[in-house]
Design a protein around this ligand. Structure first.
Ligand SMILES: Cc1ncc(COP(=O)(O)O)c(C=O)c1O
Length: 366
């Protein structure tokens, strides 16, 4: 099958670009002495997680318990859930996985929740592995740096938990465009977490894990001595947001390629200023910057959302390129929520469709 045979709108993944992104990034990070715990929230696809593990990722991250459950069903292990879990029924499920011997790690940012985990795990012979989630300036979740040590010392006495270290995710700096500016802010915000990690070790905590980082900062995160593993997610797909970011220093030859796109078809061409395509809000998640149109002939084609099931391409619209039925590739603004709109992803190489991978963690938002 070739791309032109596909019904649109649909999701494409350039296999060679994706594999290049994985191998080059993994070599870079592992070569810098850090481990990779790939965040599956970006692709929600167990077959892509398998490729990440085959290429050296030592574990996986999920944003939700239900994503982790799907991965356990598929035979994966060593999973860190990066969003705090507070509901008792979910905590109960986590405990069941611990009792089954699964390698599951949760983050906590509340002493109250740590006490609930401890109590609910009292019948198990295995201690639950936790990371203290530290707020390093993002403000979304995490213990405030000034409160961590006191809370940690009280949690240390809980016999059904083991504090394996910390998580520090600086989501607020990932998309700072200039490398040097991003570097200053990353090192500054992560310094809190570094000091906490060192102090916890001095106080006798195991602290074998310091997990954090993302695609935007990975080239800087590897320079932080204390950090043990990177939680990168988007790097294998890439999107318009990250294509705008100078990911590496000027002297570096590293590069990430756009691998993910949405294929759309021109379905109306009566307006002289634009053509209408079949990918709208339901097929390309709306975020900034605008999606990028991939075009070999005219670099000035721009995509705009035009309703639930419609978009429009503005530019030189009456070229042969943009006749009715023409198929066009568009790089979405933001990969994670766009992938989450589809059941499958088509793996392509050039014009050929190589395979179809189910986005089998789709809908696992709980
Ligand atoms: C806690 C956490 N870690 C890691 C990531 C991965 O970020 P990226 O997709 O930028 O690599 C995210 C993304 O939102 C996240 O929320």
């Amino acid at each position: 099958m070739v791309i032109n045979d596909l019904d649109t709108p649909c999701l494409l993944l350039d296999y060679d670009a994706m594999l290049d992104n994985i191998t080059s990034t993994h070599q870079f990070i592992i070569g810098s002495g850090k481990a990779i715990r790939a965040h599956v929230k970006a692709h929600k696809c167990s077959q892509l997680a398998k490729i990440q593990i085959e290429n050296g990722a030592h574990g996986l991250c999920t944003a939700t318990l239900s994503e982790a459950e799907k991965l356990f069903q598929k035979g994966f292990d060593n999973i860190l859930i990066t969003r705090p879990i507070v509901e008792k029924n979910k905590i109960q499920k986590v405990i069941q996985y611990v009792q089954q011997g699964k390698n599951i790690i949760v983050v906590i940012d509340s002493e109250e929740i740590a006490a609930i985990y401890d109590e609910m795990n009292s019948q198990s012979s295995k201690r639950l592995q936790i990371l203290l989630d530290i707020d390093v300036g993002f403000g979304r979740t995490g213990l405030l740096p000034e409160s961590v040590l006191d809370i940690a010392s009280r949690i240390q006495n809980k016999k059904n938990l083991v504090v394996h270290g910390i998580q520090a995710y600086h989501g607020n700096v990932q998309h700072i465009q200039k490398y040097e500016e991003r570097k200053v802010q990353t090192l500054q915000s992560m310094q809190y977490a570094v000091e906490i990690s060192c102090e916890l070790k001095r106080r006798g905590f195991e602290c074998t894990i310091f997990s954090g980082g993302g695609t935007g900062t990975h080239a800087i995160d590897v320079q932080i001595e204390e950090l043990t593993e990177l939680q990168i997610g988007s790097y294998l797909l890439m999107d318009a947001q990250y294509l705008d970011v100078e990911l590496y220093s000027e002297s570096s030859s590293q590069k990430l390629k756009p691998a993910l796109s949405v294929l759309t078809t021109v379905i109306s061409d009566n307006n002289g200023n634009y053509v209408t395509v079949d990918a709208g809000l339901k097929s390309i998640y709306r975020d900034s910057p605008n999606p990028r149109v991939i075009s070999n002939t005219d670099e000035n084609l721009n995509y705009e959302w035009f309703g639930d099931e419609f978009g429009r391409i503005i530019g030189k619209v009456h070229d042969d390129n943009l006749r009715l039925g023409t198929k066009i590739k568009i790089i979405p603004s933001h990969c994670d929520p766009t992938v989450n709109l589809y059941d499958i992803i088509n793996l392509i190489s050039g014009d050929k469709v190589l395979d179809i991978y189910p986005i089998d963690l789709r809908g696992c938002s709980q």
